[in-house]
Design a protein around this ligand. Structure first.
Ligand SMILES: NC(=O)c1ccc[n+]([C@@H]2O[C@H](COP(=O)([O-])OP(=O)(O)OC[C@H]3O[C@@H](n4cnc5c(N)ncnc54)[C@H](O)[C@@H]3O)[C@@H](O)[C@H]2O)c1
Length: 255
């Protein structure tokens, strides 16, 4: 499929994990893709991947408003106007799960990465979409934001809940301008980081028991999430907006 041949696409936090898989999927289908990330190391590794050959990586700290503003100005100066934005930056930043152990600093960090980065990047890119009278915004929610979490704390659950609610509001406000806004809400996906965490924190027997709770009887793969994002980003999803798509092998029904 070559669904994104005439598209200019921005993906945040995209030198590793889900963001990289999403960027590679959209590029494989013909999109002009820019990937923002703050890690030199991750970008250097990503650039060696044949799948990432056509992707432009730009160093940006998505928790820093000035950095976001400078990056977007640089991309605009190069003539880029985005019609597709994937707000992938996020995570629990491994802050404590127990509510009583979470400090204000933990809350601020997680809100900044998940919510403020999404707000700021969306605010910067919407003018491009309004000019084109066409746009696709895909936000990364989470199973945690939908149903709570066994691994992450209230700060992350609340941050993803905020991203998911904002998705509804943006869908209503910008639908009349031809812009859709949807959220993909993954369960645990075996990115290199999650794989490392699970192997440190769970025994093989615990991991097998966890998989037995998932109707599809396997962990999620980055490609599962990339296909869901590609679905919302495609032209053919033009009448679908304000939706949350669970990508969790059915686990949401069981937890
Ligand atoms: N992995 C999962 O199981 C899972 C499940 C549900 C939802 N999600 C959501 O999917 C998204 C991606 O998750 P992931 O696990 O692939 O992420 P990750 O933690 O593996 O990070 C991916 C990239 O984000 C970059 N990054 C981190 N902070 C940044 C910052 N301030 N500025 C710029 N880049 C930054 C990192 O350098 C890295 O390259 C997040 O929003 C996460 O909440 C992930």
């Amino acid at each position: 499929m070559r669904r994104f041949e005439n598209r200019t696409i921005l993906v945040s936090a995209a030198a590793d994990g889900l963001g990289l898989a999403i960027a590679e999927r959209l590029a494989a289908e013909g999109g002009t893709v820019v990937a923002l990330d703050r890690s030199d190391e991750a970008m250097t590794a990503a650039r060696t991947r044949p799948e990432a050959a056509g992707i432009r990586f730009e160093k940006t700290d998505l928790m820093d408003l000035a950095d976001i503003t400078d990056t977007i100005a640089r991309l605009e100066a190069d003539g880029l106007r985005f019609d597709t934005l994937v707000n992938n930056a996020g995570g629990s930043l491994h802050t404590p799960r127990p509510f009583l152990e979470e400090t204000d600093d933990h809350w601020k960090l997680v809100m900044d990465l998940n919510v403020a980065a999404t707000v700021r990047l969306t605010r910067a890119i919407l003018p491009h979409m309004l000019e084109k009278r066409f746009g696709r915004i895909v936000n990364l929610g989470s199973k945690a934001g939908r149903y709570g979490s066994l691994f992450t704390g209230a700060n992350y659950v609340a941050a993803k809940g905020a991203v998911q609610s904002m998705t509804l509001q943006l869908a209503q406000e910008f639908g009349p301008s031809g812009i859709t806004c949807n959220a993909v809400c993954p369960g645990a996906i075996l990115t290199p980081r999650v794989e490392r965490l699970l192997s440190e924190r769970m025994t093989q027997a615990e991991r097998e028991a966890a998989i037995a709770q998932i109707p599809m009887r396997r962990n999620g793969r980055v490609e599962d999430v990339a296909s869901a994002v590609a679905f919302f980003a495609a032209d053919e999803a033009g009448f679908i907006t304000g939706q949350m798509l669970d990508v969790n092998g059915g686990q949401g029904m069981c937890s």
